[in-house]
Write a protein that binds this ligand. Structure first.
Ligand code: F6R
Length: 591
């Protein structure tokens, strides 16, 4: 949610800012802006839309600057609301939400100050200007103490033109020290280069950058020594490799992501300590958001079937405000591709504070979640650029299934490793079979609503299929338990309504088919994703995708693939951009 970048050093700042912002666009692409200091002269450019619209800022002279790419929270995605926000001697970029902005703004208005945007961020520039007495870090500390909410802030001041002051509360911020200057960004890949030393700001810390140095300060204002992160530049440089969109390319990487994740899990260095914790675990809470939440739901099926312990899966934004019952021997598993989702972090912190052991399942090695956790299990899916999660979901599933097996073993129950090991090859088959959904797209293009139905693990996959379709094709859709349809939702089925049934369990197949009949009888066009060939030719079915069988419990790892493909093809056919769906961002660092 919003990306920020900055530089102070010997090079020209503008090209560095623009390149960093391009790499941060997955965090928001509503509007963008940069501010560059050339001596005391501040040059600012802001534009609605993507970072590309800032290309004229390349010409800005000056070797100190900050930049921002926005995902709008307060105020429309206009040029006026774009960052940096300027007031007096101050320019700042902000990622987060200021919850007490109304009161603070009234205070500034009462002093006769004028506001030019509708954002919550602009008020921070006003406070800074008010507190500034020749020391930008001191002004930032005073300002931060007045703010309620979340923020990563980078601040320039025309009176201290070589410096950038930083503050962090909840929203991520990293600093890179290189031979040619000091860099900052919302995430590491935006600035990482060979030979750079990277530091992460932790909760409530501050930093002052300039003159080749980075100084860090704790909440109490004292300077602190920071340990650099052991980061090596990713070999996986995100390129489309001949695919039209990142999403499609990332789907093609699902088998590899699964295989790499399995390898990481097999070589997990803390496995004996983890096993010890698993032995004593009596309750399992899974917290996550969006797609990661769906992976938690799918995993619950596996945890309960294999390990027979009670599992609660809760959307993190609900968990954090619910006063959950966290008993002794509760294990909390927080699942997050980015490891930066604000609600997931808050839920994980809450559980940890209450005495639970925290296991993080994340795709980003140095994420805030990884740094918070007692145990970190990495999904080795590689960078995921498309906003809609695909390969990271399959990798999360595989990792959670492996954890379920470990837990089952710890509880003295049998395991089924062989089925899991065959998943990469089966995912390859599922990918080829999924091309069949391309022919389904005409039936979906102008649907009023779409339904995804299943039971058990198939229902969990249905939820994810529905979310994918909604987010990248903007079609209203619902994932529904097949047996629940007749309790109200059936009223929405009309002539031609597309229904996608997921059917991978022979135990439940006929039961799900009851729902299929009920929709078919009311004019629905039913499409089938199944591993049971005998259902493909049923007269109710318009078309089907036949998947390899990987067992009922693990089936979402495969059955989601044609659903991801369906969302992709419908999105493209409707003229949407599947990589950058409207109103969304990949890393949701605000609550
Ligand atoms: C949907 C999607 C989102 C994320 C959610 C959580 O395709 O990507 O629903 O799953 O925002 O993000 P992470 O996993 O980074 O915590």
């Amino acid at each position: 949610m919003c990306g920020i970048v900055g530089y102070t050093g010997r090079r020209q700042a503008a090209p560095i800012l623009l390149e960093g912002l391009k790499k941060l666009e997955y965090r928001g692409y509503d509007s963008a802006g940069v501010a560059v200091l050339d001596g005391n002269a501040l040059q600012v450019m802001k534009r609605a839309g993507s970072v590309e619209n800032l290309s004229a800022a390349q010409a800005f002279a000056g070797s100190v600057g900050i930049g921002h790419t926005r995902w709008a929270t307060h105020g429309a995605p206009t040029k006026e609301n774009a960052h940096p926000h300027i007031f007096g001697r101050i320019a700042l970029v902000h990622n987060g939400i200021i919850e007490n902005m109304k009161a603070l703004k009234e205070e500034c208005l009462a002093r006769g100050e004028k506001f030019v945007s509708e954002t919550d961020s602009e008020v921070i520039a006003h406070l800074l200007e008010g507190y500034y007495e020749g020391d930008i870090l001191a002004a930032l500390k005073k300002t931060a103490a007045r703010l309620t909410g979340s923020f990563a802030l980078a601040v320039l001041c025309t009176e201290e033109p070589r410096k950038i002051a930083l503050a962090r509360r909840s929203s991520p911020l990293v600093v890179g020290r290189a031979e040619d200057g000091i860099y900052l960004a919302s995430d590491i890949p935006a600035i990482a280069a060979k030979g750079m030393t990277i530091y992460a700001l932790e909760e409530k810390e501050f930093a002052l950058l300039g003159e080749g140095e980075a100084h860090f300060y704790g909440e109490d204002g004292r300077e602190i020594e920071k340990k650099p992160l052991e980061y090596s530049i990713e070999e996986d440089v995100p390129e489309k490799r001949g695919f039209r969109h990142f999403m499609r390319k990332e789907m093609s990487e699902i088998p590899q992501s699964i295989a790499n994740t399995q390898q990481i899990m097999h070589a997990y260095p803390q496995i004996s300590a983890l096993r010890e914790v698993l032995c004593h675990a009596e309750y399992l809470h899974i917290v996550a958001c969006g797609t990661a939440y769906h992976s938690g739901l799918c995993a619950k099926v596996a945890f309960e079937a294999l390990a027979r312990i009670p599992v609660e899966v809760t959307v993190a934004s609900e968990y954090r405000y619910r006063d959950p019952i966290i008993r002794k021997n509760t294990l909390i598993v927080a699942v997050s591709q980015s490891g930066e989702t604000a609600d997931t972090l808050a839920a994980a912190e809450l559980a940890k504070r209450s005495g639970a052991t925290l296991v993080a399942v994340t795709n980003v090695r140095y994420s805030s979640l990884a740094r918070l956790a007692d145990f970190v299990l990495f999904t080795a899916a590689g960078r995921e650029i498309a906003v809609a999660a695909t390969k990271s979901f399959n990798a999360q599933l595989v990792l959670l299934y492996a954890l379920a097996e470990e837990l089952a073993r710890a509880k003295g129950r049998g395991a089924c490793g062989a089925e899991l090991l065959s998943l990469p090859a089966l995912a390859e088959e599922a990918l080829s079979a999924s091309e069949g959904v391309r022919a389904w797209t005409p039936h979906f293009l102008s649907a009023k609503s779409v339904f995804f139905l299943g039971r058990g693990a198939d229902y969990c996959a249905a939820l994810e299929g529905s979310l994918k379709l909604k987010e990248i094709s903007y079609l209203p859709s619902e994932g529904y338990p097949a047996g629940e349809l007749k309790h109200g939702t059936l009223a929405l089925i009309e002539e031609g309504t597309p229904v996608v049934a997921i059917l991978t369990s022979s135990r439940l197949a006929e039961k799900t088919m009851n729902a299929v009949h009920e929709t078919y009888a009311r004019g629905a066009k039913v499409f089938l994703v199944t591993s049971l060939p005998e259902y493909c030719k049923r007269r109710e079915i318009v078309s089907s995708v036949l998947l390899p069988d990987c067992g009922e419990i693990f089936s979402p790892a495969l059955s989601v693939i044609p659903l991801q493909a369906l969302a992709y093809y419908v999105s493209v056919a409707r003229g949407c951009d599947p990589d950058k769906p409207r109103n969304l961002a990949k890393s949701v660092t605000v609550e």
